[in-house]
Ligand binder design. Structure first.
Ligand code: URA
Length: 240
């Protein structure tokens, strides 16, 4: 198939728009920039437009630095994380778990249900670490209490969580720290910290299992997951 037809079919633009994009050197085929819109390509070629994979070579695994102000839903009255992606890239994707509208940080998006299950199944206990800032004062026993499990109003106590206090300014009643949890209950970090006397004012997910937030991604930016990152998740899956 001609490259310009491939790009147009993948929703990158009209036939004349994609021809311009190719001539402007926005497109590469198997790592080489091409300038001829008539170049012959096939489904097995790795085709990038502005360094992002185009349909057919779409990886189906993305890592995003979720910004505050958008929700993890395919459709909503508010802006969604998918509104940050091109219609062509977002096709078939869903989020691996959810972050609250006001939470930032590491979010994975995929079209692979087994991949998502491996990271979110309650039986897997994959650690998720969050950085928080909040109003309040943490008591000396807070770390131990988080470790022992908290009653946050559900039928079961929370599983052991690791609280690291980075600052505890008793005068100004401001706290910062990280909390690592292995469950994914609704508003879990906010509810656990509330139980410990802290109202969260800022929350950002730093990691899921061995996968870390790519700090070079500005909030709202995303990229395909690397082979190393996918292999890391595969290792987690094999532990099952
Ligand atoms: N816990 C919360 O309270 N909010 C999130 O977005 C994620 C974990």
């Amino acid at each position: 198939m001609r490259l310009d037809k491939f790009l147009a079919d993948a929703g990158i633009g009209t036939r004349s728009e994609v021809k311009t994009a190719v001539r402007k050197k926005f497109v590469s085929v198997n790592g080489c920039v091409v300038t001829d819109p008539g170049t012959s390509v096939s489904e097995t070629d790795i085709i990038l437009h502005k360094e992002r994979p185009v349909s057919g070579s779409k990886p189906g695994y993305y890592l995003m630095n979720k910004p505050a102000g958008c929700v993890c839903a395919n459709k909503d009255n508010s802006k969604t994380v998918f509104d940050l992606m091109s219609p062509q890239e977002r096709k078939g994707l869903f989020t691996v778990g959810r972050l609250d509208k006001d939470t930032e940080g590491l979010l994975l998006l995929t079209d692979d249900g087994a991949f998502a299950h491996a990271l979110t199944s309650p039986r897997r206990h994959v650690d998720k670490t969050y950085y928080f800032e909040g109003d309040g004062v943490l008591a000396e026993q807070a770390v131990l209490k988080a470790e022992e499990g908290l009653d946050i109003g559900d039928d079961k106590q929370t599983k052991p969580a690791k609280l690291v206090v980075l600052s505890n300014d008793t005068k100004n009643r401001r706290v910062t720290g990280t909390l690592t949890i292995s469950e994914g209950r609704y508003h879990q970090v906010k509810r656990m910290m509330a139980k410990l006397g802290v109202t969260i004012t800022y929350l950002k997910r730093l990691s899921i299992g061995g996968l870390c937030l790519d700090e070079t991604l500005l909030p709202g930016n995303y990229r395909p997951m690397t082979e190393e990152e996918l292999a890391m998740v595969q290792t987690e899956r094999e532990k099952e």
